[in-house]
Design a protein around this ligand. Structure first.
Ligand SMILES: Cc1cc2nc3c(=O)[nH]c(=O)nc-3n(C[C@H](O)[C@H](O)[C@H](O)COP(=O)(O)O)c2cc1C
Length: 471
């Protein structure tokens, strides 16, 4: 009886080992876990089309956040090509260490970031970094909690690979976001960790996690806080409450409250779904607002005595400005020495030739994704030209491939962000972009990211390079 039991146990174990071996040989899942090619394929090529077919865009957005929070999203998939690239950006935001008198660039580990609007309340910072982003921008965060516009308020333009949204700054408010940021910065319990610890209490989860651990499949488990990969820069995008009559005061309070948690701050004056009271269009109104925000940011820095931290303050602009308006704004931003420009937000216009049904195209809101790509790149090129390449630009709008990133960098962006592309290409897109961009750069003989920025502007490019050689 005992011998029979042992025999059957041995047989089961051999079968188990063979099964895991076969899975490893065919898929690399046991050794590569959520970064395995097959895991990316299942998420991006199988799950995403099903989600797009059966789940409305806003619910799909919440589902994507929940999957990220539970630590099940595909993780960064490194390739040999990108190891050959020098991702450093020596000229981006230099911070001084007051004690050692050293200065260093506070650049992110790579130039691909997540655009504002996906993680509005800072609920999934760690897992989003694990996907391979070099930087994340949370928000837009409003001072007080507000629900945003009535649903439905997000629409897919599938044939055009575009998105229209009129969320209208739905935000849990500064207090709730601060609690999430505090947890993230202290490396303690954030939503991700909370979820995994409460999950661990459930007996089903403990059986599953023990099984995965015992079979070398623990790469599928959410990581604990001390196991996290190198994290990049965290930006906080600030917006204005719908009914606020004192926007400048609101932005000041937000900077005071959330500034200490930020690697950079963004003043969003370009949301097409909120009445911005001319702040994003009139140069004088924008200048007044940004000077007040810089003043408040400086106070935050003074309060962090002894800290070497710099908090760059950026502004996010609309692609719907006329050339005249954009040029005036560029002159103003150089005058007040803004630290960076995010180009661009969504557009209220509808380009000719959209293929989606006219009822969807006619939905109110900001259009993003492929139909925005050309316009946003054109704006980046103009801003780089009109600011003499002196202000770092974060390029965003319609990025789907490594070539799209390359185009934006050549037009003058130092870094890029993505959002709508992931609605169509899935969360594995971050790894793909890093790989495709590296391939594209190597094809053209570039090994340093810094050598690609602003390539389209021959005069400014060489001015920058000569300046650096002589510096
Ligand atoms: C659903 C949705 C919500 C967004 N919410 C915000 C927001 O709260 N604040 C903001 O500055 N931009 C927001 N954006 C704009 C994006 O950050 C980005 O500028 C724009 O979508 C263009 O990039 P894309 O074509 O890669 O999506 C949102 C975009 C989408 C699609």
């Amino acid at each position: 009886m005992f011998q029979q039991a042992m025999k059957s146990l041995r047989r089961t174990m051999i079968k188990g080992v063979l099964a895991v071996g076969a899975i490893e040989v065919t898929t690399h899942l046991p050794t590569e876990g959520r970064s395995a090619e097959v895991y990316h394929f299942v998420c991006d090529e199988m799950a995403m089309p099903v989600i797009r077919r059966f789940i409305n865009p806003e619910d799909a957005h919440h589902l994507a956040l929940a999957v990220a929070q539970s630590g099940l999203a595909p993780t960064y998939r490194p390739t040999a090509q990108e190891q050959k690239i020098d991702w450093s950006m020596p000229n981006l935001w230099i911070e001084d260490d007051k004690s050692t008198k050293d200065s260093k660039s506070m650049a992110p580990p790579n130039c691909i970031g997540l655009a504002a609007g996906f993680d509005k309340d800072a609920a999934a910072i760690r897992p989003l970094f694990d996907m391979g982003f070099g930087f994340l921008e949370i928000g837009s965060v409003c001072l007080k909690s507000q629900p945003g516009n009535p649903k439905p308020r997000m629409f897919r333009l599938v044939p055009d690979e575009g998105v229209i949204n009129r969320y209208g700054f739905n935000s849990q408010g500064a207090d709730a976001v601060e609690a999430n940021l505090q947890a993230y910065r202290s490396g303690g319990v954030d939503k991700t960790k909370e979820d995994s610890t409460s999950n661990e209490k459930s007996s089903l989860w403990s059986v599953v996690s023990k099984f995965l651990q015992n079979n070398g499949l623990d790469k599928f488990l959410p990581r604990s806080s001390d196991e996290q990969a190198v994290q990049g820069l965290l930006g906080i995008n600030l917006g204005k409450n719908k009914n606020s009559t004192t926007p400048t005061e609101d932005y000041r309070t937000l900077i005071q409250q959330l500034g200490p948690y930020a690697d950079y701050l963004v003043i969003n004056v370009s949301c097409p779904n909120v009445d911005m009271k001319n702040l994003g269009k009139s140069t004088s109104a924008m200048e007044e607002l940004l000077l007040a925000c810089q003043d408040e940011r400086n106070k935050v820095l003074q309060n962090q005595k002894g800290s070497k931290k710099k908090i760059p303050l950026l502004v996010k602009l609309s692609p719907d400005l006329t050339d005249g308006e954009l040029k005036d704004i560029c002159i103003c931003l150089m005058k007040i020495k803004i630290d960076g420009i995010i180009m661009s937000n969504t557009t209220s216009t509808r380009p000719n030739g959209l293929l989606s049904s006219s009822s969807i195209v006619a939905e109110r809101g900001g259009l993003s994704g492929k139909p925005l790509k050309e316009r946003s790149t054109e704006c980046i090129r103009k801003v780089y030209q009109w600011t003499d390449g002196s202000i770092p630009i974060i390029g965003v709008g319609g990025i789907f491939t490594g070539s799209d990133v390359y185009e934006k960098l050549k037009a003058g962006a130092s870094m890029v962000q993505i959002y709508s592309g992931m609605v169509y290409r899935g969360p594995g897109m971050v790894s793909k972009l890093r790989h495709e961009l590296s391939e594209r750069m190597l094809q053209d003989g570039y090994r340093r990211l810094d050598d690609v920025i602003g390539l389209d502007h021959e005069d400014l490019y060489w001015k920058r390079k000569n300046y650096k050689l002589n510096a």
